[in-house]
Design a binder for this molecule. Structure first.
Ligand SMILES: [Zn+2]
Length: 121
């Protein structure tokens, strides 16, 4: 398998996804190190403490973003394995090629994606 039904080069997409996955895994590992493996106690000064905790929240948000993206990439890889890549996971329509080029891990067509966004702002 190299070329899908609509001229999508699935092998190239798979390579892109695996590459992106490795980058994200690396990021998550580094963030986890920053978030969870802090040895030093919080600073005694309250203002410093606040800054420290804010940084912590930012790191955790970044970590969550990366993890969410990883899950999307895993889903897209799974769909390649299933031979369902390029089909919307919700309505089954073909996802526009343009969209897949811009967002190789998209598993929803543009209509379903914007509906999902509207549901959870
Ligand atoms: Zn759809």
């Amino acid at each position: 398998m190299s070329t899908g039904k609509d001229g999508i080069d699935q092998q190239a997409i798979k390579d892109t996804l695996l590459e992106q996955r490795a980058t994200l895994l690396d990021r998550v590992r580094r963030l986890d190190k920053d978030v969870h493996h802090r040895e030093e106690p919080l600073p005694a000064d309250f203002a410093e403490q606040a800054v420290e905790l804010e940084n912590q929240e930012v790191l955790e948000a970044l970590d969550e973003d990366a993890r969410q993206e990883l899950r999307q990439i895993d889903r897209a890889l799974q769909r390649i394995e299933d031979g369902a890549y390029g089909e919307c996971a919700n309505c089954g329509d073909d996802i526009a090629l343009q969209r897949l080029h811009a967002l190789p891990w998209a598993t929803l067509c543009i209509d379903c994606a914007s509906q999902a966004e509207r549901r959870s702002p």
